[in-house]
Design a protein around this ligand. Sequence first.
Ligand SMILES: Nc1ncnc2c1ncn2[C@@H]1O[C@H](COP(=O)(O)OP(=O)(O)OP(=O)(O)O)[C@@H](O)[C@H]1O
Length: 228
Amino acid sequence: MIEFQNVTKIYDKGVQALTNVNLKIEKGEFIFLVGASGAGKSTFIKLLLKEQDPTNGKIYVGGQDISEISRRKIPFFRRSISVIFQDFRLLPNKTVFENVAFAMEVIEASSKEIRRQVPMILSMVGLSERASQYPHELSGGERQRVSIARAIVNNPSILIADEPTGNLDPETAWEIMKVLKSISRRGTTIIMATHAKDIVDVMQQRVVALEKGRIVRDEQRGAYDYEN
Ligand SMILES: Nc1ncnc2c1ncn2[C@@H]1O[C@H](COP(=O)(O)OP(=O)(O)OP(=O)(O)O)[C@@H](O)[C@H]1O
């Protein structure tokens, strides 16, 4: 469902962030993207989201060459891929319910659909009791669960998690991993960029390692295998 074919990205000023990257990711896979700072993880994610264009090579998502998506269709494309971040990025003046509902309002879902869908997703991430609270009234783990709820409420086929446990203590990080795993079991493809060695080692998922812009390792049930 995702395929990088010989993808190279050279930024202005000549920085070569990715070199001849070839990678196939099937629907529903859970992948850890690892590598030292500057190895090219964020570039990989930006190319996949079509925030940047590759200098060379092709990227296919759901069988479509994403370089051929017209400007007009980019918003629809972006709906199929959601992202969560280390710093949650919630709207501070909206409640938990409203933060999640907002993602549906943006795509013009009806209020009936919103009333049906948001409670269901909040229950999935274990936040039913927190619906009317504001982000500042929540723990870090709860905030990340809100951001996950918001990311999946419109049923994306791909969820990108960019260092999602980076701001969380180990126990809370594991709670978030359980939530991500349960989402992946529903068929959502998950790509998680991370430096969290413990998590990668215990989860035993596919590990793709980047080093200086090249894929140096791609293992099923892999380990982190790096010094942080
Ligand atoms: N917009 C840009 N313009 C020029 N160079 C860039 C740009 N973005 C990233 N780079 C460079 O490309 C290389 C890869 O960076 P990238 O952000 O993809 O790495 P990363 O693996 O995500 O690192 P981190 O773990 O620190 O987030 C680095 O050398 C970086 O300095």
